[in-house]
Design a protein around this ligand. Structure first.
Ligand code: ADP
Length: 669
């Protein structure tokens, strides 16, 4: 609507701005920009719809000067008198005036608008009128200030913030980016982002852009970037897509955080954990080891490596059988062996002074203790020794039993951290050495005991054989029935004693690796029959039932030793099944192996003891406190079977009985 229909028809100030130029009017009507005209006196002569909307009312053309019911202010919110309005100034100055002004509409709402006033002149240069366009900039202005605020925030941020196009061209670069990468804004903007990426990581950019192009964010991407001066820095990147007004992705904004400190802390943590792991491993190895020399070697090897020493020596003070001490030295793998004066070292402050000693520069340290110490070690003139660390190894009783000594040709090579690493290992070494000592002692005593058992049983064998011989003679010659009964009983007891002594002798022979075997080929079925018959004769409480037997299977081995095993298993089956009345025996042959099972219906064996019963002197005492035995029968049986390349094992249910299985190969033993 171009309203110029008032009674006082005012000539149109603008050429073509008339009712008969319909298309032109239509166009002015439809555009969203407020346009109006006024004559030289300031009376509004025409206005379009957008102007009416902007003002909030429709002025009367030819009557209203500007907008009578609106109030006007300049951009500082100061009232703007009509004489200073942009329109008035354009009229007065005769030139285009553009000014941002604030208008308060009749309903009290305020809008900010940019007014553009173009004076129109007659041919004789007299002012004809003014064409005014008004553009609502209320929000635009707000956006601009918002952007300015954002820019200020981005600029003052401690985090590096930059943006780039999808092609990787940098489009913004804040102060923190300058500080992090060393490039100024002018140097960075317009350059390709790859200038910050190490060659080996160029493919990351492809990945990041790929994600961004799909509208995804890339969060906390840890990587390395390179500064202007070539320094590589670990950073954490968060990248988000930038969209234009229509929502198209046109670039990416990146926030980068320097994570050097965090990385250093992580690396330190990882290093600490690694060391702890090594210390634990060394400590475990020491605890598992019972050989003294191996302990010394492991300790010095590990600690020399952990302290990065050039040389490491473990001086160990070992008590000898004369009540004196010997010096045992173990050297780390990278150390050349040195000859030390035994006495001098053992009497040096190394062993009398249980202190950790760390010397940054031995050449510049004039303490008496040190020079005494190093002259003792014969190291005073050693040029390759500058810094050193000594850590004592102190026993449970507080005695220095050893010293770990580390050297380096450079000054100040050892730190408090090295002490922290070596001290726990030295403490564990002391325990390991104590244990190794105890183990040696036990081993020694055990050997003595085996030696004694061997000797004693050997010594007992001779008189027993004589007693047996005399008893046999007496048995044949004695006529008195009463006396012969006693002789028979005595012969039985002597047989038992003889078997016991033989077993003991076997044990000592096994320990000494001297158990003899006389191998031959024999029929195992026949042997089993014979043994059953023999045992059945002397044990009448139980019936031994042979459930199955294979007659024609030969074994290559020692029949007397296998007989010994079968006798032991059968007598045990009877011995440990007091209330029962039978023992079942079976024999099978499969895959070139003979398997014999001896089953009783007695007290049974708890499962956790299955493997232990085959060890020396082991008895399940709690179940059979009144049944006599030495706990060596199964031990000897196990050894005999193993020497025949066979297997022996047990299956048992408590209170229901046990089955002992014996498996022997039929091949050559
Ligand atoms: P001993 O019978 O002289 O004690 P062994 O070495 O023959 O020695 O047996 C070791 C231990 O195994 C026995 O003390 C006993 O506790 C257990 N044992 C062996 N055979 C049986 C069995 N048939 N039933 C229950 N326990 C048994």
């Amino acid at each position: 609507m171009i309203d110029n229909s008032s009674g006082n028809r005012v000539p149109s100030p603008v050429s073509g701005f008339t009712s008969n130029s319909l298309n032109y009017n239509n166009m002015l009507e439809s555009i969203p920009v407020a346009i109006y005209t006024c004559n030289a006196l300031g009376y509004i002569t025409a206005f379009n719809n957008a102007a009416k909307t902007l003002w909030g009312f429709a002025p009367v053309t030819g009557k209203d000067q500007w907008c009578p019911s609106c109030k006007f202010y300049d951009h500082h919110n100061e009232p703007l008198p009509a004489g200073l309005s942009p329109m008035a100034r354009a009229a007065e100055q005769g030139q285009i005036v553009e000014q941002v002004i604030i208008m308060q509409r009749p309903d009290g709402s305020r809008i900010k608008m940019r007014s553009h006033c173009v004076p129109q002149f007659e041919e004789n240069r007299t002012l004809q009128g003014i064409i005014v366009t008004l553009i609502d900039v209320t929000h635009e202005e707000g956006n601009i200030s918002k952007q300015a605020r954002l820019a200020a925030i981005v600029d003052s941020s401690d985090d590096t913030i930059l943006s780039k196009t999808l092609q990787g061209i940098i489009t913004s670069w804040n102060k923190a980016a300058e500080r992090m990468f060393g490039y100024t804004q002018a140097e960075a903007i317009g350059k390709h982002i790859s200038m910050l990426i190490p060659m080996s990581r160029l493919s990351e950019e492809e990945y990041i852009i790929g994600q961004i192009a799909q509208g995804n964010r890339v969060e906390h991407f840890e990587t390395i970037r390179v500064t202007k001066h070539g320094k590589e820095i670990p950073i954490s990147l968060s990248v988000s897509p930038i969209k234009d007004e229509s929502g198209n992705i046109i670039g990416a904004s990146k926030i980068a955080r320097d994570i050097s400190t965090q990385k250093q802390a992580e690396d330190a943590m990882a290093e600490y954990a690694r060391r702890l792991e090594v210390i634990n491993q060394v400590i475990k190895q020491i605890s598992d080891e019972l050989d003294l020399n191996k302990i010394l070697q492991k300790v010095i090897d590990a600690t020399t490596e952990l302290t990065a020493a050039q040389a490491g020596t473990f001086f160990y003070k070992k008590a000898n059988s004369n009540g004196h001490f010997d010096l045992v030295c173990s050297y780390a793998h990278n150390t050349t062996k040195q000859q030390y004066n035994n006495e001098q070292i053992l009497t040096s402050p190394l062993f009398s002074n249980p202190q950790v000693l760390r010397v940054a520069n031995f050449k510049q340290n004039s303490s008496a203790l040190l020079s005494n110490l190093f002259s003792g070690l014969g190291l005073n003139n050693k040029t390759s020794l500058v810094s050193c660390l000594t850590v004592p190894v102190v026993s449970r009783l507080g005695e220095v039993i050893g010293v770990l000594f580390f050297e380096h040709a450079e000054e100040g090579k050892f730190t408090a951290e090295h002490e922290d690493i070596v001290i726990p290992i030295a403490a564990q070494a002391a325990i390991g050495i104590d244990n190794a000592g105890l183990y040696e002692e036990v081993k020694f005593l055990n050997e003595k005991k085996d030696e004694f058992i061997g000797l004693a049983s050997h010594e007992l064998k001779t008189p027993l054989t004589s007693i047996n011989g005399y008893l046999q003679i007496l048995d044949r010659t004695e006529k008195n029935e009463g006396s012969r009964k006693f002789v028979t009983k005595t012969i039985q007891q002597v047989k038992k004693l003889n078997a016991l002594v033989s077993d003991l002798l076997d044990v000592s022979k096994i320990e000494a690796g001297k158990l003899q075997f006389v191998n031959q080929v024999f029929n195992i079925g026949t042997l089993l029959d014979d043994v059953i018959e023999l045992i059945q004769l002397s044990h009448t409480t139980h019936q031994i039932v042979l459930k199955s037997v294979i007659e024609n299977v030969n074994i290559h081995g020692d029949p007397h030793r296998i007989e010994q095993v079968l006798i032991n298993l059968l007598t045990n089956a009877i011995k440990y099944s007091h209330g029962a009345s039978k023992v079942e025996v079976s024999m099978e042959f499969e895959d070139d192996k003979v398997t014999i099972g001896i089953r009783d219906f007695g007290i049974g064996i708890p499962e956790e003891k299955f493997s232990q019963i085959f060890s020396r002197f082991f008895r399940v005492e709690e179940l059979n406190p009144h049944i006599s035995g030495l706990g060596i029968g199964l031990y000897i049986s196990h050894e005999i079977v193993a020497r025949h390349n066979g297997k022996i094992w047990v299956e048992s249910v408590m209170g229901q009985g046990s089955t002992f299985w014996l498996q022997l190969p039929t091949g050559i033993a």
